[in-house]
Write a protein that binds this ligand. Sequence first.
Ligand code: CP
Length: 309
Amino acid sequence: MTTPHLMTLDALDTGALDALLRRIAELDAAAKDGRLPASLAGRTVANLFYEPSTRTRASFELAARRLGAEVLNLDIDRSSALKGESLLDTIRTLHAMRIEFFIVRHGGHGLLASTAAALAGARLALISAGEGRDGHPTQALIDLATLRERFGGLDGLDIAIVGDLSHSRVAHSVIPPLCALGARVRVAGPRALMPEADAFPQASRHDDLASALDGARAVMALRVQRERIEEAGAPSDADYFADWGLTEERLARHAPEAVVLHPGPFNRGVEIDSEVADGPRSLILRQVALGVPVRMAVLERAAGALGDG
Ligand code: CP
């Protein structure tokens, strides 16, 4: 039986990933043609964001509404979380009001999995909107969908993922399925922002930007996550840009055909130059646009696993 929860993409084999990516493309086309199904009519989705978000929160809300669901955006900063109520008790409380879908962004480690275990048997779905360093599965689906749309498939695609890999939940979520679908992934970043050597066994590691970029068809820049960095030796913004910033000159020299992705939000003049972010190589706004059908497909999958409301 398919679990209604989505906390990582680990449980999805290549067949399930492929089916999800095809459904994302169908929903994107249906939205453009004005023929979206009301597949969530009569259902209610709660957005529980314990950390800031623009793209993920907005696109889950739009996805749910456009498929006919009702949406509750709980204002966490004015909620009983400030009186000490746990995520588990907040979900139990809202589930008593017949909310079935819980979209959760949280800084904790493993909190969604332990919450799901405590709620075993309850007819509800927990969907990660980014959790600690653990992962951000729907952002990974956006990245896969964007690359699949651009290249028709991922088999044999050389992709460089550059930046703060140590703190990136996107990197943890996207590298395994990229490799499972046949992409060849290189990772690179400043030494202080790279995880242990065995962190991404499927990827090749590079010590400098030029060798990571060399001949890549796609480059994904990752945000320097100042709010999470505790390690000594992290470069200043200026030093980061000097050594690792994506500029048109560097791309033209080392990866002239590459498209550029970034999960956002991005720091102009730190991990990416405006000329690249706003230029013809950039797929950043396409990633944002695909966020809505991605979240539609994920909500539909959860609804299918829960059965009729
Ligand atoms: N990519 C991403 O998760 O962006 P937000 O923090 O704006 O949701």
